[in-house]
Design a protein around this ligand. Structure first.
Ligand code: FDA
Length: 307
């Protein structure tokens, strides 16, 4: 029952201020976030790349309320793309973006987000890499998929995230299972109403498998975004059944989560990409990680108690 409370807290400014000010928060946040600065994220890329892992970088930010912030977020991604180009890391690292950080929720937000994200996708291509559009709450899905379609006209390798907890997602998987399409399938991390999303975890898992079957049987490039050992095993089985080679799909996990499993999959010859968040605006991301797993919350509370 704590999950929904934490997800609601993830969007509360007053709770944000309390959590951010708590002195114990920082060491716990560091478990999930590579650092506040671009240089720290580059160091994390190099460390993981040396272990055979690929990465996707997320400059933290979401739910902005001011168009000037959208421009700052765009510029942070342009700096990131420039750093990847300068250090020749485009082969190992792609970028993940949240369109709410580019103004999607503001007045005229669809056009604004497209306008702000386009130079980032262009810069990614110049750096020899690509961008994946993260998926946020269900009210944003139509706009995000329309922006994806727009971007793919010039940059067909642009990827998107689909969330198995949404009733609509099987249809979206069919629509995005074509050649050249890159889809990261996740279970979904937001608080969604019963009118649009499965509430029972077993239903979400079953939907994940149905979606995985569609993507694996399709012509696109499935990206399996899950730490769940059952989903990883099923993905491997489906890849085998559909004659996919290790280069035809990849696993993705979050920075700081199940690192031994990440390494095990690499050792088995799989592609494994780690999602690396960095930046100062870590609150929403951090609260969603606490909501997902009681053990993460326990870790946070234990650090509070031992001070
Ligand atoms: P889930 O939480 O269902 O747990 C299932 C099992 O996995 C557990 O019982 C345990 O065995 C194992 N497990 C999970 N976490 C573990 C841990 N910390 N340590 C050890 N074992 C653990 N969401 C979204 O809405 N939009 C997005 O754009 C993205 N993007 C994204 C990118 C990537 C790369 C990943 C991996 C995830 C996302 N997500 C996301 C988050 C996603 O929706 C989901 O909330 C989390 O991945 C948790 O679901 P899982 O499938 O990982 O396992």
């Amino acid at each position: 029952m704590l999950g929904p409370v934490l997800l609601a807290a993830a969007r509360s400014d007053s709770i944000r201020r309390i959590v951010a000010a708590a002195p114990v928060t920082r060491p716990v946040v560091e478990r999930f976030v590579a650092g506040e600065r671009l240089t720290e994220s580059m160091a994390a890329v190099r460390t993981l790349a040396a272990r055979g892992l690929e990465v996707t970088l997320d400059h933290l930010g979401e739910d902005i309320t001011d168009p000037a912030e959208a421009l700052r977020n765009r510029d942070a991604y342009l700096q990131l793309a420039a750093a990847l180009k300068e250090h020749g890391l485009g082969v190992k690292a792609e970028m993940s973006v949240k369109l709410s950080a580019f103004g999607q929720a503001l007045a005229g937000g669809h056009e604004l987000a497209l306008k702000n994200v386009t130079p980032v996708v262009e810069a990614a291509a110049e750096a020899g890499t690509t961008v994946t559009l993260d998926m946020e709450d269900h009210t944003t899905v139509d706009s995000t998929l329309a922006i994806l379609a727009d971007l793919r006209e010039r940059f067909p390798q642009t990827g998107a995230v689909l969330q198995s907890y949404l009733f609509r997602t099987e249809d979206d998987c069919h629509a995005l299972a074509g050649e050249g399409s890159r889809v990261r399938l996740v279970k979904g991390a937001y608080k969604e109403p019963a009118t649009v999303a499965f509430q029972d975890k077993r239903e979400v898992d079953k939907a994940y498998v149905r979606c995985l079957k569609i993507l694996m049987a399709g012509e696109g490039y499935p990206m399996i975004g899950s730490h769940d050992p059952r989903m990883v095993a099923i993905a491997q089985e489906l890849a085998h059944r559909n004659g996919r080679k290790p280069a035809d799909y990849e696993f993705q996990m979050l920075y700081g989560i199940r690192e031994a499993e990440q390494q095990r999959l690499v050792a088995e010859g799989h592609r494994m990409r780690v999602y690396i968040p960095y930046g100062t605006d870590w609150y929403g991301y951090f609260m969603r990680r606490l909501a997902e797993r009681p053990a993460n919350l326990g870790f946070f509370l234990r650090s509070l108690a031992t001070r």
